[in-house]
Design a protein. Sequence first.
Lengths: 84, 132
Amino acid sequence: MGKAYQSGEQPNWTLLSEAGLVDIPIEEFLERVKEAKKAVVNRLGELLESTTDIEERASAAHSLATLKKLEIALQRKESSDSTD
Amino acid sequence: MRPTEKQPDVPAKWPSEEVQVITFTSRGGSAMGVVKEVRWGLVWRDFILEDGRVIPEHRILGDHESPVWRKAQDISQAEREVWERRLVSMADAGLDPRDEEQPFRAELNQYLAYTYLRFREARHEPPDPKCK
């Protein structure tokens, strides 16, 4: 990595680094999309139990749809590459 | 070099407009490129090189200011939806995130990082006292 971060200087750095999301390895994109989908589904479950947060619910549903489309496209790409 | 659009919540003095060549970590070690544009993403800044490669700021080598990242809650719904539509259209066009240093890979990486931070923060938010 090109830059050393001091502790506390960039709090999200540690989080993303530990989650392997700063530089996602080439072969892991599909898996990371699936994990993100799972996180959004979990959050949607929480939001559905609440009578408020309608806006966040709609926004999470939109992101879930995006991730689903990305997953399908990446799966299609992987399977077409494996048949070539 | 075209500088990044200003983000009101994030100060970024680096790079100065004179900086045009950067050295960065690449798969095979280090590499160099001429910067065409610096653009804010959902989390960090990307350096777009004249040959089309996209280099995230944290991969740039050298002595410069520490990168500043945006907070997930500072991204508007409109900005997120534009980003999501662009990603889906790139995926539908058959672009491959396994292509090193290409826009689809860079944008998908940032989107997944942002999504992680966004939903992590949402789960860790303290309950709203007004909702008692």
